[in-house]
Design a protein around this ligand. Structure first.
Ligand SMILES: *Cc1c(COP(=O)(O)O)cnc(C)c1O
Length: 394
């Protein structure tokens, strides 16, 4: 056992992550193994990233194939994987244009730049973006300012201006915050990091209507909800509304770092030189994203995610009925949370780890589940069994 790595981290790595005491070295499907060969069932999936689980043949083969052919060229030149990915995204969404970047934060930051550009061109220079309290849009200074959570904002004041955080699912608050300076509203269909809070259908319809009335843009941050996670390819499809701009990342790359801004033609107002990226749209990440997305679409993985999500919810419902400490559960598709009466999330996460299950601490009193989209009924049952045993062992 090479526990020295834990000390090395202390010595060499900035301590921004409160890590669990485990060194993962290998993964296959929905299982991962630590350096001692201990096996874990993975209900975290790299924070909703590994849509097809670990080292899926489609992901591995696309990586090897493209990495053997052409790894990087810069965006001065055309490359095929980038364009194939853009076409596939457009053909399977309500969007018309795509820009590829490297992470979720870059996608939302880019979407805000796009909305500001739109404001300059069409809304008398309007630049303000309204976002929700409890939201999470990323970690750059601007996206920290966009994310309506003081714990992310307070350490970094003064924050860039141009964002107004209003109560989630409250249309009056949003209307009251709208001024002639507003160029867009940016929302997550389900607040993921902020607590697995699902947007109300009435609210999102009212927001869409309000944006149309005011001529401002609606940006949906689908970084966590997109690519099948909620049981549809994109979460906006549940609500029968269409955003003007949508951001993607996490599940898009099948594990590789790739994000995207997608936009309707009318909102696609970047001119040459106005936005860019050195790595964004890189042949390898795009080839893998293309193959991942193609597999997800061809095999109707979102439908599978919906079914597995329903099964998961049934299991959580049983736990809530059986254990007083588990007070409620919520979620959609394979993005779910279990709420506790007390601040036991940390303990449960550690107990589950001990018992061979990876789950995510969402809040001091809540845990989150976001397994791969190819999780099986047997694996869900097994995971819930480990969870139950860990709750009992408290
Ligand atoms: C994870 C996430 C982000 C940030 O993505 P990174 O890839 O970590 O930069 C932004 N918005 C939402 C909704 C997310 O879940």
């Amino acid at each position: 056992m090479n526990n020295n790595w834990f000390d090395e981290e202390h010595k060499y790595y900035m301590p921004t992550f409160k890590r669990l005491p485990v060194m993962l070295v290998r993964g296959k499907g929905n299982l991962v193994w630590d350096e001692n060969g201990k096996e874990y069932l993975d209900f975290v999936a790299g924070w909703a990233v590994n849509a097809l689980g670990h080292c899926h043949p489609v992901v591995v083969e696309a990586t090897i194939q493209q990495a053997s052919q052409l790894i990087h060229t810069s965006n001065s030149y055309y490359t095929i994987p980038q364009l194939k990915l853009a076409r596939l995204l457009v053909e399977n969404s309500c969007m018309d244009k795509v820009f590829c970047c490297n992470s979720g934060t870059e996608a939302t930051e880019g979407a805000v730049k796009l909305a500001r550009r739109y404001g300059h061109l069409h809304l008398n220079g309007a630049y303000e973006v309204i976002t929700a309290l409890g939201s999470f849009h990323g970690r750059t200074l601007a996206m920290v300012s966009a994310s309506g959570q003081t714990r992310h904002q307070a350490p970094y004041t003064p924050l860039p201006s141009g964002f107004v955080n209003v109560e989630f699912n409250n249309i009056e608050a949003l209307k009251a915050a709208t001024t002639e300076k507003t160029c867009a509203v940016m929302l997550e269909p389900v607040q993921g990091e902020g607590g697995v809070n699902i947007v109300d259908k009435d609210y999102i319809h009212a927001v869409r209507k309000w944006c149309d009335e005011k001529g401002i843009l609606l940006i949906l941050d689908e970084i966590q909800t997109g690519i099948g996670r909620t049981g549809k390819l994109f979460a906006y499809k549940h609500f029968e509304i269409e955003p003007d701009i949508m951001t993607l990342a996490k599940g898009l790359g099948g594990g590789l770092p790739v994000g995207a801004i997608a936009s309707k033609d009318r909102a696609s107002v970047f001119a040459a030189g106005e936005h860019g990226s050195t790595f964004g749209g890189n042949p390898v990440t795009c080839a893998v994203a293309f193959s991942t997305l193609e597999y997800i679409i061809q095999n109707d993985i979102p439908e599978h995610a919906a079914k597995m999500g329903a099964l998961f919810a049934e299991g959580l419902e049983k736990l809530v009925k059986r254990y007083e400490i588990a007070s409620s559960h919520r979620g959609i598709g394979l993005l779910r949370a279990l709420q506790f009466e007390k601040d036991v999330a940390e303990q449960i996460v550690l107990k589950c780890l001990e018992n061979g299950l990876l789950i995510n601490r969402l809040k001091p009193n809540a845990i989150r589940f976001m397994p791969s989209l190819i999780i099986t009924p047997e694996e869900i049952e097994k995971g819930l069994g480990i969870l139950e045993k860990s709750i009992k062992g408290l």
